[in-house]
Design a protein around this ligand. Structure first.
Ligand code: NAD
Length: 495
């Protein structure tokens, strides 16, 4: 056992009264509170306030004041500096933030450190770099000249205003960074609404953003359940909603944003991501790929693979090989650095995954490995491998967002392509083969926002990410996000 000791800074943070971060300071109201539960033990670690309508108002108004006031006075380079300083502060507070994240979400401490802190710092630097590269175009109009007059035109990319960033529980820091760093880099300001299951980390990060030089109101955090997100979307001061979460909530968010005042919105939603192994795949690489695609962070990654299609001639061999590393996985306390597989992040999600196990059994799928909850405190389930009875199996069609890899054999590549595209979702997919020509042909035909070849799940700030079909609208990262956080204005000049 190498369970880390909780840092005094984390103990002191947890002992504080938690609420919101509005206008550069912590706000704790008297109203109802939400329990924050450690998924590894089922025990409460803190509580957080559920925002009142007045607090939502105050957060949006503060962000609006910052947008027209101090943040509007900054140059792109000054905005980049704030993001760069925040990246450094995240790394300085790496262990403190990682421990808070693990205590609220059950994420393995190594994943908290690597993804929530180190990768978030990398993303912050990417957005900092983008801040000074947000430009329009010059255009030569073809308007007719009657008396020798000439025309020129140019475009401006102007910040939309206050962005409401609504965030799920699976990556409480990283997904929030994608939203508020996009906003701050483009000159917008932001109100983040974390998930009610993971409300703590952003409170600390907003304090660090102030320390990094963000003026009061540039980054606010408002905590609460879905209702708080809903109030935020309809608020008059909100110019854009950047939402990450499930498809059903995303549809509600889009409708509310349209009804509010045609408020701009982008949606990063769920998926039912496919992983296809061609006939020539190396079995060891396939097994490593299944672990990467299906079981990283217990499958609680929007881009994780859930549908695994293997050539019929190889499926038995690959399923047999998969059993050994799954048996060897060390399941346990996410604060123990030796643990390889931790709990699910919250009780409703644990209940949802348990129900999928029961459904697979009752509907006639074959459970090859796992399929049970663990008899210990907290929200632990076994990593699970299922062979679907046919293409209609619920596990091949409904997002589980958990550690369930569902397999189906196929016979030829036309059938494989039909399986890839036979889902209303289109977030991500991967193709595994040594035949690059086949991989590239499939990549161009698969209906998904991201297609990986011989890898899965890993995201890079330079490469745009987002959903095709019902997995979303809009793209984050790369330069693609700029279009979604700015308004394009055309200026035409006669001279
Ligand atoms: P969720 O949709 O239940 O909640 C997401 C956020 O929306 C939470 O902060 C919640 O409080 C808020 N919310 C709930 N109802 C709302 C409403 N009516 N109006 C406004 N806000 C509301 O999702 P979740 O369970 O937190 O997260 C899991 C889902 O997120 C999965 O479907 C997963 O695929 C998806 N996800 C997608 C991506 C991506 O980039 N595409 C990334 C991570 C997670």
């Amino acid at each position: 056992m190498t369970t880390v000791s909780i840092l005094p800074a984390v103990q002191a943070f947890l002992a504080r009264a938690h609420g919101h971060y509005i206008d550069g300071r912590t706000v704790v109201s008297e109203g109802p509170r939400i329990a924050v539960v450690n998924p590894a033990s089922g025990q409460q670690v803190a509580t957080v306030a559920d925002a009142t309508a007045d607090e939502v108002d105050a957060a949006a108004a503060s962000a609006r004041r910052a947008f027209v006031g101090p943040w509007a006075q900054t140059t792109p380079a000054a905005r980049a500096d704030v993001l760069l300083r925040l990246a450094e502060l995240l790394l300085t507070h790496r262990e403190e933030l990682a421990q808070i994240e693990t205590l609220q979400s059950g994420k393995l401490l190594q994943i908290s450190r690597a993804f929530e802190i180190e990768s978030s710092a990398t993303f912050l630097r990417h957005y900092a770099g983008a801040a000074t590269r947000i430009n329009g175009q010059t255009i030569s109009p073809s308007l007719p000249s009657v008396n020798g007059e000439l025309y020129t035109a140019f475009t401006l990319r102007q910040p939309l205003g206050v962005v409401a960033g609504i965030v799920p529980w699976n990556f409480s820091i990283e997904i929030a960074v994608w939203k508020f760093a996009s906003a701050l880099a483009t000159g917008c300001t932001c109100v983040i609404k974390p998930s009610e299951y993971t409300p703590l980390t952003m409170l600390r990060i907003a304090e660090l953003a102030s320390e990094a030089g963000a003026p009061a109101g540039a980054l606010n955090v408002i905590n609460g359940r879905g209702q708080v997100g809903s109030q935020l979307i309809s608020h008059d001061d909100i110019a854009k909603v950047s939402f990450t979460g499930s498809v059903p909530t995303g549809i509600k968010v889009g409708v509310s944003a349209m009804e509010a005042k045609l408020t701009r919105f982008t949606l990063e939603l769920g998926g039912k991501n496919s992983v296809g192994f061609l006939k020539d795949v190396d079995a060891d690489k396939a097994v490593a790929g299944i672990l990467e695609a299906g079981f990283l962070h217990s499958g609680q990654i929007c881009a994780a693979g859930e549908r695994f299609f293997v050539h019929r001639s190889r499926i038995d061999e690959i399923l047999e090989k998969l059993t050994h590393p799954l048996t060897a996985l060390r399941i346990g306390d996410p604060l123990d650095e030796a643990t390889q597989f931790g709990p699910l992040s919250n009780k409703p999600h644990f209940e949802k995954i348990s129900a999928f196990f029961a459904r697979a059994r009752s509907e006639g799928d074959e459970i090859i490995y796992g399929g049970k909850t663990l008899d210990r405190p907290g929200f632990f389930v076994e990593p699970t491998v299922v062979r679907a009875r046919d293409t209609h199996a619920a596990l091949l069609n409904e997002e589980t967002f958990g550690p369930i890899a569902t397999f189906l054999p196929y016979d030829d590549e036309d059938e494989l392509l039909a399986l890839f595209n036979g889902t209303p979702y289109g977030l991500s997919a991967s193709v595994w083969t040594n035949d690059l020509s086949k991989a590239l042909r499939l990549a161009s035909q698969i209906e998904a926002g991201t297609v990986w070849v011989n890898m899965h799940t890993l995201l890079d700030p330079a490469v745009p990410f987002g959903g095709a079909k019902q997995s979303g609208i809009g793209r984050e990262f790369g330069d693609a996000f700029i279009a979604d956080y700015t308004e394009l204005k055309s200026v035409i000049v006669r001279y």
